[in-house]
Every structure is written in C-alpha cells, then in structure tokens.
Design a protein around this ligand. Sequence first.
Ligand code: AMP
Length: 184
Amino acid sequence: MTRLIFLGPPGAGKGTQAQVLANLLQIPHISTGDILRDNVTRQTDLGQKAQSYMDQGELVPDQLILDMIQARLSQEDASSGWILDGFPRNVAQAVFLDELLTKIGLSYDRVISLEVPDEVLVERLLKRLRKDDTEAVIRHRLAVYHEQTAPLISFYRVRQQLTSVDGNQSMEAVTNALQAAVQP
Ligand code: AMP
C-alpha cells in the first residue's frame, strides 16, 4: 500500500511520471487537473465554475477542490493507495488533506518534490503550448506556483516527509530516481 503526494511546478513532468509510477505500483493516479479538465469537457456544474480560473492559470477556489478530492479519495479504488498529482496546491489544501486523512485513519508515506529550474520549465511549456495557452498564461501559472504551491516544499520538509528528485534529466532517469525514492 503506497500513498504519495507529488509536488512540482507546471512543466516538471509530474503528470507523466506520476502515471508511470502509478502503473508500476498498481495504484490510482489522482490528478486534480485531469478531473477538472474532464468536468470542463462534460460541462458539469463543477466544470463550468472552474473553467475561467483554469483558462487564466489561476487556482480554482479551494472549496470546489476540497469537495472534489474528498469524493475521489472515498471511491473504492483509492483504498489500494494513490498518487496525488496537483493536490495539495497551497497550504490551506495541505492542512485540509491532513485533517481528512486523520478523520479516516490514514496518512501518506512520502511527499515527492520534482525539481526543475524555471528557465527549463518555460522552454518546455512553450514547446507543448496547448491551444488555450499563451506565454502570458504560462508565466502566470509559474508565478502562482512559486507564490502558493512552492511554500509546501518547506511545509513538508520540516516534517521530514519530503524527498526531492531532480526532474531535469531524461525521463528514464527521473523514473528510476522516483522508484528509488519510494522504496519501502
Ligand atoms: P494541472 O493539470 O495540475 O496543471 O492543473 C490545471 C489547472 O487546474 C490549474 O492551472 C488550476 O487552475 C486547476 N487546478 C488543478 N489542481 C488544482 C488544485 N489542487 N487547486 C486549485 N486549482 C487546481
């Protein structure tokens, strides 16, 4: 049983690596970005509320995310473990996650921080520009990451729950480093 939290800036390869590791460990890869995009595509109530924030590279309001993650973690497949990708995204979400897990008698094993320098991120993100992305939105997403999400690195480091992995290497090298980091 493995429960992991993946932290990392946009463009770090977090989603791809989380999926590879989830397949290897046979646990669900829970990406809040993927769940939100699916809701936007289906134009659900949540999708309609989240869309404008996502288009601007802003964080979707916490309450929407917290309801969504609570529902996802209570689904049956989540009892086998999980990798959280894209959540928590700020300190309030991290505190909520701790409270939620305490309530259901669970904890996580490790927080993995995938680290890539900003200039490499911008270059990567510009290459994979989605049609709804502009350079300004990309730069804004990075600024939001530094302002709101990066503080989680020290939040988890002081609790000795953090392992940093160098994300600025080949995909295979990153996967190997991650596998080594999550060995029990
Ligand atoms: P991602 O695929 O993780 O880069 O997420 C895409 C977008 O979804 C982000 O830019 C946010 O607008 C939104 N989002 C994803 N996860 C969260 C979260 N935990 N809290 C707030 N917004 C989120």
